[in-house]
Design a protein around this ligand. Structure first.
Ligand code: ZN
Length: 329
């Protein structure tokens, strides 16, 4: 990705009116995805299910029937011996397989997840008929959504590749989440994260570390995973500029009171990683990560949300994209 182009699009904080107008909101969801027929059409139009399927015996397109499940229906061949066979669920191998929630509620929960709604709000705002959504149903679907988002996001990072490059600067820093005693408590609420970010880019990379280990041996594999060789690594972890000698990287110690070097003295550059931590922390406290069992997934999800808001994308459509990516037809 072109980092210069990114920087310019990131610099705009508010959405353009055209962007706002085109986005899915609750009213659009309630108007356009409130009947099963609308929901099926949307799934077809967005490549979440197949429009048609050939009968393996007769090589002719099968008929779509709405029986078989409460979501996308089934395929059925009416020729010859096929007439006695049972229909094939159209949901098989798709996002909707084994779903036992009404179709409009599935999209509604996807919308809620995409917009990071807390459970109370999900229940309150639900326009669909039927009982109030249970906590278990909301949690289950939020977890399904998180699964596809995590696999999509990790693959996207691989596509984009490593950050940094010759003479570019990547800042690294660690942060601890949780309140337990340092280095002793290894429960999920006590996690150390390593953050890596290139100057002039918003592509933050996160890695979970074992405790607060700042040795070159512990951190070098994590740096290598995300950062191109030749990059200048900047942090306050090590004192000697020779710390990374032989590793393929140069090391520069963050100098908070260097008056000689204007770049080193520029608050925006020195504190860049700090502003990234503020974003991550916001997600952490909002989602009550203290009780979460999969901190790593939560962190990847946080990067996904961060990227969507920076690029002014539609969270609901990005979730649809992640589903489509994970459940290839
Ligand atoms: Zn047939």
């Amino acid at each position: 990705m072109d980092s210069e182009q990114d920087a310019s699009s990131y610099s705009r904080k508010n959405l353009l009116s055209a962007e706002v107008k085109s986005m899915w909101n609750l009213v659009k969801i309630s108007k356009n995805l409130c009947t099963r027929e609308q929901c099926i059409r949307f799934a077809e139009d967005n490549g979440l299910i197949l429009r048609s399927k050939l009968c393996s015996t007769h090589r002719v397109p099968m008929k779509v029937v709405i029986k078989g499940n409460i979501t996308v229906g089934s395929f059925r061949c009416h020729r010859g011996t096929c007439r006695d066979k049972s229909s094939i669920s159209r949901a098989k191998g798709t996002w909707f397989e084994n779903a036992n929630l009404s179709f409009p509620n599935i999209y509604y929960l996807m919308y809620c997840y995409a917009h990071h709604w807390p459970q109370a709000m999900v229940r309150l705002e639900n326009f669909n008929e039927g009982p109030v959504l249970s906590s278990k149903t909301i949690t289950d679907w939020y977890n399904f959504c998180r699964e596809v988002v995590v696999s999509y996001q990790i693959d996207q990072q691989k596509v984009i590749g490593k950050i940094g490059g010759k003479n570019k600067v990547v800042q690294i820093d660690e942060i601890k989440f949780g309140k337990g005693k340092q280095n002793k408590d290894k429960s999920p609420e006590n996690q150390w994260l390593l953050g890596l970010i290139e100057d002039d880019s918003e592509d933050l990379r996160l890695e979970i570390c074992n405790d607060n280990v700042r040795s070159v041996e512990a951190l070098l594999p994590l740096i290598k995973k995300h950062v191109k060789e030749g990059t200048i690594i900047r942090s306050d972890f090590w004192d000697s500029i020779d710390s990374l000698t032989g590793s393929g990287y140069k090391y520069q110690k963050t100098n908070y009171d260097d008056t000689e070097n204007p770049i080193d003295n520029d608050e925006n550059y020195i504190r860049r990683i700090d502003s990234q931590w503020r974003v991550v922390k916001r997600f952490y406290y909002r989602d009550n990560f203290k009780n979460c069992t999969n901190f790593a997934d939560m962190m990847v999800e946080c990067l996904w949300r961060k990227s969507i808001s920076e690029k002014h994308e539609d969270p609901f459509l990005k979730l649809i994209e992640a589903v489509k990516y994970t459940y290839k037809l």
